[in-house]
Ligand binder design. Structure first.
Ligand SMILES: C[S@@+](CC[C@H](N)C(=O)[O-])C[C@H]1O[C@@H](n2cnc3c(N)ncnc32)[C@H](O)[C@@H]1O
Length: 549
């Protein structure tokens, strides 16, 4: 499918007009290049308008290509895979996800960095490409480059359509729809988009946490005023993030984003900021999520920059320590928020897995900060004390099970769903013991976090869940785990609250390893045991072991 006709029909629409112009220009240049290559070029040909085939090719690329990402760090470019993949439609509550796989030998042997080059605005941009190995040619089609693997993430009934996500599922419905329309030319009618009342996920992603005034009961002025405040917040955040991307100054970005988040939650507002005050940004809101993602990484980059600047001094820098603590707190909050949302929409499993792993990694990084040793005249820097690890941080039954599952690929005796329910409950049980002191330590004195009453259980927000039949069915068919956290979850493990410096480090380590193993466990469900992300988790866990015992 190329959607070429739809683009032509929608020419009136401003966006489509621009896209169509660019397709026409691209098609003209491609056909010109073809004629020159074939020696079939005469003066005046450059003005010819018979580029239909080239235009179709470009439209097919727009409609069917996917961004190829073989690891977390960077994207390799875009690719079009065969019909087995390209024919899969989209849903905002998909039952499948995909990942790319490339073997180490493939990366080393077939990866020729010099093959394809393009020039853009005077600067040379090098595109990497896989070189076709003649011996692998199979009827003219060669199987080189990363493989794409589609995997189910929900039970799929016979005859039911398999769908994947073309867009970010944590965006509100309006944003998803305009993105799907401008890129793919269709209006999504999946059950999540058609749900009435809207699903819990769609409601919280956009809900104003201020007093719940129903649209019909509020005055039109009030509604208008809030809408304006919402647009103002979006513009303000976009400006801060674009400024950060262009000037690369994490310090100013953190300062501005946090003032924005904090101001939107303050009860008393200066008069000139009244419109922002009218829109409360609760932590499950999609704008808060965008802000947390930027803040978690900006704090980490700021800490790394500062530590590189002082790399020659032996003294550890307390500011680096504080920045790393805040970065870990944001990663943890992101894990808590996405986990909460995942429990109501199971297709968010890969996102939740990703943030649990990032939270675990940032907590382990914090443990190896030299500041722990200096202020207390402890053992050599950068080493997690071996007594700490020989103690094996009182590894609980859940950790032992998850480690066996991840590292030794132990076979399961139960259904995946039953096992998931048990593991998730035990995980929340462990967190209810280890997290409170660690969270207090991470957020101490921070102006924004004092508004976050709990980073895992968001019942304090007072946003009630729907009784949408399809939603509860989806839940039963997938996670089935309630979002209860403090108090209500039972835990049979040996995790315990600790006091004192070594104990504090132990609690952070315990929490970090729990997050990594749980994130790794979710990864095995959505991507399988043998993928890049699970190897990444195993490597991090290996480093903990090597540093210690
Ligand atoms: C990658 S192709 C998918 C394969 C396509 N359905 C076909 O038969 O060739 C993307 C295009 O499929 C259509 N499509 C995908 N998901 C859809 C959905 N949920 N509803 C309607 N059309 C959809 C849109 O036209 C979109 O541009």
């Amino acid at each position: 499918m190329s959607n070429r006709d739809k683009l032509e029909l929608e020419y009136e629409d401003e966006d489509s007009g621009e896209i169509l112009e660019r397709i026409k220009e691209g098609g003209r240049l491609m056909s010109l290049a073809r004629r020159m290559r074939d020696g079939d070029f005469e003066v005046g040909d450059e003005m010819k308008d018979d580029n239909f085939v080239e235009e179709i090719v470009l439209c097919q690329v727009l409609t069917n290509s996917v961004e190829v990402q073989v690891n977390e760090q960077r994207s390799l470019g875009i690719a079009i895979y065969g019909p087995n993949f390209s024919w899969i439609n989209h849903s905002c509550s998909p039952n499948a996800c995909y990942r790319f796989s490339v073997s180490g030998s493939e990366l080393e042997m077939n990866y020729d960095e010099s093959k394809l080059r393009i020039f853009a605005s005077g600067e040379e941009t090098v595109l990497k490409t896989w070189v076709c190995d003649e011996s692998k040619l199979n009827n003219g089609i060669c199987g080189y480059g990363p493989k794409i693997i589609v995997r189910t993430i929900k039970p799929i009934k016979k005859g039911e359509e398999v769908c994947i996500a073309y867009t970010d599922l944590l965006q509100p419905k309006g944003t998803r729809h305009s993105e799907l329309w401008s890129k793919y030319r269709f209006n999504c009618c999946c059950w999540r988009c058609s749900a009435s009342p809207p699903t819990y996920l769609d409601r919280v992603l956009q809900e104003n946490a201020d007093a719940h005034i129903e649209e019909s009961k509020s005055s039109s002025d009030d509604y208008f005023y809030r809408n304006e405040a919402y647009k103002e917040l979006i513009n303000c955040m976009d400006d801060i993030i674009s400024e950060y991307l262009s000037d690369g100054n994490p310090e100013s970005c953190c300062e501005k984003l946090e003032s924005m988040l904090t101001r939107s939650l303050q009860e008393e507002q200066p008069e000139e900021e009244q419109s922002l005050a009218n829109f409360k940004l609760h932590p499950l809101h999609h704008l808060s999520l965008n802000a947390y993602i930027t803040l978690a990484s900006a704090y980490k980059i700021h800490a790394n920059n500062l530590s590189a600047l002082h790399s020659r001094t032996d003294d550890p820098i307390s500011e680096v320590f504080e920045l790393s603590k805040t970065s870990a707190a944001y990663y943890f909050l992101l894990a808590g928020v996405t986990h909460h949302l995942f429990l109501s929409e199971s297709s968010l499993i890969a996102i939740a897995a990703h943030f649990w792993i990032s939270a675990g990694e940032s907590l382990l990084n914090l443990i190896s900060n030299p500041m722990w040793n200096s202020s207390l005249n402890r053992q050599p820097a950068n080493l997690i004390s071996s007594s700490l690890l020989c103690n094996r941080w009182n590894k609980c039954m859940l950790m032992e099970k998850l480690e066996m599952d991840l590292v030794f690929c132990q076979s399961q005796s139960k259904s995946r769903l039953l096992e998931f329910e048990e593991i998730s409950q035990s995980f929340l049980g462990c967190l209810s013991k280890i997290l409170p002191p660690v969270w207090t330590f991470l957020i101490h004195g921070h102006r924004y976090f004092k508004y976050i009453k709990d980073p895992i259980d968001f019942s304090w927000l007072g946003i009630t869940k729907n009784h949408n039949l399809k939603e509860s069915q989806a839940l039963q068919g997938s996670t089935g785990v309630g979002s209860s956290y403090f108090g209500r979850t039972s835990c049979c493990c040996r995790c315990e609250v600790r006091e004192g410096i070594d104990e504090q480090k132990t609690s952070i380590l315990q929490l970090g390893v729990h997050c990594l193993l749980y994130g790794g466990y979710l990864t095995t469900i959505c991507y399988c045991r043998d993928c890049y992300l699970t190897s990444y988790v195993k490597n991090l866990l290996c480093q903990v072991d090597k540093q210690g015992c």
